[in-house]
Design a binder for this molecule. Structure first.
Ligand SMILES: [Zn+2]
Length: 274
């Protein structure tokens, strides 16, 4: 995670802190960790894998424990990815990160395919922003972190307080759209990258992270009030034209999360990029 992203996350958390206190509440943390173990064993496995638990607890705020825990899992996945040079998977184990010598085009070049005012475009694809704008390896890191993030948020629904609606689904829907758009752009106009993406190890990596994201997104569709900016991205993912290049890498058509496009209109108060 870049300094900018870390600053963004900390600023978002600071908003949630009570101005009457010099430090955020931490009294919920012991119980929250026990709840994570009980309800989201995969999220708890990420906590357990960290050598420095303070990194996790730093993001675990008490005003919204579901948001605090899912954010802490997300940020911890970034830390483990850097430490291991591999992406930790929800079901356990990990898959190696491509080498730094990867000469693929910068993901920021696909920003023009999306709404420039969108918080996820600005955070993850803007020049000078997060490292994911410069390097596909970090875009995949974000995709994986948002998969873990939403997976835990789904499992933690029993802890959700009435009225605390957050766009938990938004980040994963956005990052999936960016990867789909990246594959399409590569096939259309960057032959070197398109060739590289078709190498067996890259196809395996993209397929593994994509399938994990797809399953996680689908598992969240029945939960009301879990998305705010998600529908425009899911509509993008469900457009077959957009998914043809990614489908060629996967060896199958991407699955459309149609259930996420049905039902009530979300009324979450805000999207959260981290
Ligand atoms: Zn992140």
């Amino acid at each position: 995670m870049t300094g900018l992203l870390r600053a963004t996350a900390v600023a978002l958390l600071a908003v949630a802190w009570s101005p009457a206190l010099a430090a955020p509440r931490t009294d919920c943390q012991p119980q929250a960790i026990r709840d994570l173990e009980r309800l989201s064993p995969r999220g708890h496995a990420i906590y357990q894998a960290l050598s420095d638990k303070r990194h996790f607890l730093r993001f675990l705020t008490c005003d919204d424990v579901v948001l605090g825990l899912s954010t802490a899992v997300h940020e911890s996945v970034h830390m483990l990815t850097g430490d291991r040079d591999a992406y930790p998977l929800i079901e356990g184990g990990d898959i190696g990160r491509p080498g730094e010598a990867l000469r693929f085009f910068a993901p920021r070049d696909i920003a023009k395919r999306f709404d420039p005012r969108d918080i996820y475009v600005q955070t993850y694809l803007r020049r000078g922003g997060a490292s994911s704008a410069d390097d596909l390896r970090f875009l995949l890191d974000e995709l994986n972190a948002y998969s873990h993030d939403l997976h835990s948020a789904v499992k933690l629904v029993p802890l959700r307080k009435a009225g605390h609606e957050v766009g938990h689904r938004d980040g994963l829907a956005a990052l999936m759209s960016f990867l789909m758009g990246y594959a399409d752009a590569a096939r259309q106009s960057v032959p070197g990258t398109w060739e590289g993406l078709q190498r067996p190890e890259m196809r395996k990596l993209v397929g593994t992270l994509w399938t994990q994201a797809e399953g996680t997104l689908a598992s969240s569709c029945s939960i009301a009030g879990f998305g705010r900016e998600d529908r425009k991205y899911i509509a993008y993912l469900c457009d077959r034209k957009n998914g043809a290049a990614l489908g060629a890498l996967l060896g199958r058509a991407p699955v459309c999360a149609t259930a996420c496009l049905r039902g009530e209109t979300a009324s979450a108060p805000g999207a959260v990029a981290r």
